[in-house]
Design a protein around this ligand. Structure first.
Ligand code: ACO
Length: 320
């Protein structure tokens, strides 16, 4: 059996903040952000939470799948910005949906999180342990940004995407993933310091810090290699792929990957202009836009690919 995506959903906060809006509160400009990244706006949570956006996205995915929450066997939430350290986001979603039969856990692989979750779902389904799984990628990254650091805060946004996957004859044909912890500090966010009556730890930097050029080099080298590996595993040529849905970090990275794979840029849809970088949420949000925009037909072969902090990367080849 394979894991097949049978429903998608997405949710962004109401507040839309354009590059010009940011230009009014910090030393930046639409020209700088747009020309280097392709980003024009992002949505930032005000009343929304990582849980509320995840639940909204999950409900849409379940409706499209024609499934009740009680039918779910498992919920996997990929996030680095859950509302609480505990309970996990997945358990909060389970509570809100009333998905009482499901087991639920969170998975932390940063911007590759949705791909790691999808590959995990595939393995559970192949093993026969579960048949109906809800996967979520959700972030409220605005709370992890240093809003006085213009080099990072302009890049990210908040949002959630979800997919329901079911056991089927057709679906995921290949899934690859990898990590390079040795280079992890090029994109990092500190945790809580060790603090108890016997020690007072040094606080780490509590916000996202990034060596942008190192991340760029990593992405343009690793993502095409990872996609090629997945295609080879699936026995599929790049020309057979209708759409490549990549993590939405930066237009220039997407263009470089298209060039290295020798595929037309039209096969690489984007949503980063309107959303910014949504980390684990970017692939499922883009997938939902493409799905609801009727850009996918039954039997189309597509590639999903994520890359980011860790460093981590992952890709999947699937039949729609
Ligand atoms: N507005 C205006 N000027 C800015 C801004 C800003 N928001 N941010 C930085 N600058 C300035 C810098 O201060 C610097 O000025 P200086 O030359 O006077 O010192 C200048 O712009 C150039 O800064 P760089 O950091 O060298 O900018 P670069 O051209 O490398 O672009 C970027 C930065 C877009 C992040 C680039 O490195 C990149 O594309 N990185 C790829 C990685 C990426 O997109 N990461 C996103 C998240 S990671 C992920 O999802 C995997």
């Amino acid at each position: 059996m394979r894991a097949r995506i049978v429903g998608t959903g997405s949710s962004l906060p109401k507040l839309r903040v354009s590059n010009d809006d940011l230009g009014k509160i910090m030393d930046t400009s639409d020209e700088w952000i747009r020309s280097r990244t392709g980003i024009q706006a992002r949505h930032l949570a005000v009343e929304e939470t990582t849980t509320s956006m995840s639940v909204a996205a999950a409900r849409q995915a379940l409706v499209q799948a024609g499934m009740e929450p009680q039918e779910l066997d498992l919920i996997i939430a990929a996030t680095v910005s859950a509302d609480h350290i505990v309970p996990p986001l997945s358990c909060e979603v389970q509570r809100e949906l009333g998905a009482s039969r499901a087991a639920a856990f969170d998975l932390g692989a940063a911007c590759s999180g949705f791909l790691f979750a999808l590959n995990t779902a595939q393995v559970y389904i192949q093993s026969g342990m579960y048949q109906k799984i809800l996967i979520i990628g959700a972030e409220t990254l605005s709370k992890l940004m240093d809003w006085s650091d213009r080099s990072t805060c302009v890049l990210f946004g908040d949002g959630a995407g979800a997919a329901v996957v079911c056991a089927d004859e057709d679906g995921i044909y290949a899934g690859v993933q990898g990590s390079d912890g040795a280079k992890g500090m090029v994109l990092a966010c500190g945790g809580r310091p060790l603090e108890h009556p016997f020690v007072s730890g040094e606080p780490g930097h509590p916000y996202v810090q990034m060596d942008g050029q190192a991340v760029y080099k990593f992405a343009v080298r690793t993502v095409p290699a990872c996609i090629s590996q997945a295609l080879e595993q699936a026995g599929t040529a790049p020309e057979e792929i209708s759409l490549f849905l990549l993590h939405q970090a930066n237009q220039r990275i997407i263009e470089a990957v298209a060039k290295r794979l020798k595929q037309p840029i039209e096969k690489f849809p984007v949503c980063l202009a309107e959303c910014g970088n949504l980390s684990a949420a970017s692939v499922p949000v883009l997938l939902d836009y493409v799905n609801r925009g009727h850009k996918l037909s039954n039997g189309d072969k597509i590639v999903l690919a994520g890359f980011g902090a860790g460093l981590t990367w992952g890709a999947a080849v699937l039949s729609w």
